[in-house]
Design a protein. Structure first.
Length: 193
């Protein structure tokens, strides 16, 4: 991890300049690689004190001041360091969450497509249940025409009609559940827009 990947150099310079103006802080900000990212040039390393910029447990850089700086300068440097660390941490979390949100959006879209497919399949099953009902009615009519010879056939036709009715009820329940899921998915999609 590199500090300048999380904080734009211009923003870092503006932040350091604000501390210089408000608190009179004579400081520089360095990346972990030793590159000066903001602030004054020309600090002699042996004459400085540094405060670590920590992001997600990793040192990404430091705020450097002269060792001879007073207590107010040290406090301002610590605050600058904390503010840079927090800004970089927020950017890191934003990057992490952005990827997660994209993944969630993709999963939600796929779920919506699957629900649509379930709707279509349920519609086909409902059509089959209607055909079963018609066939059972036709069988009942034919059984009645056959008289006593069709009594056994009438029992089978009645059982088919009962099963068809049960199937239609189940398909209606599935449609209702799928509609509720579709509404929930649409609400989630709207929340991510």
């Amino acid at each position: 991890m590199v500090l300048k990947d999380y904080i734009d150099s211009n923003k870092l310079q503006a932040l350091q300049s604000s501390y210089a103006e408000i608190a009179g802080l004579d400081a520089a900000v360095y990346g972990v690689d030793g590159e000066r990212l903001a602030g004054r040039k020309g600090f002699q390393k042996e004459e400085t004190e540094s405060f670590d910029i920590i992001v997600n447990g990793d040192k990404l850089g430091s705020v450097v001041i002269e060792k001879s700086s007073d207590k107010n300068a040290r406090t301002a440097a610590e605050l600058l360091c904390t503010q840079i660390s927090q800004a970089a941490t927020l950017e890191l979390l934003n990057n992490i969450n952005s990827g997660r949100f994209d993944s969630i959006k993709s999963d939600i879209k796929k779920s919506g497509e699957l629900v649509q497919m379930i709707n279509e399949k349920t519609g086909h099953l409902k059509g089959i249940a209607k055909k079963q009902t018609i066939l059972s009615l036709n069988a009942t009519i034919e059984a009645a025409r056959s008289g006593e010879a069709g009594v056994g056939f009438a029992v089978v036709a009645k059982s088919m009609q009962d099963l068809s009715g049960q199937s239609a009820g189940i398909y209606t329940d599935i449609e209702t559940s799928v509609e509720e899921i579709t509404n929930l998915i649409n609400s989630i999609i709207e929340a991510f827009k």
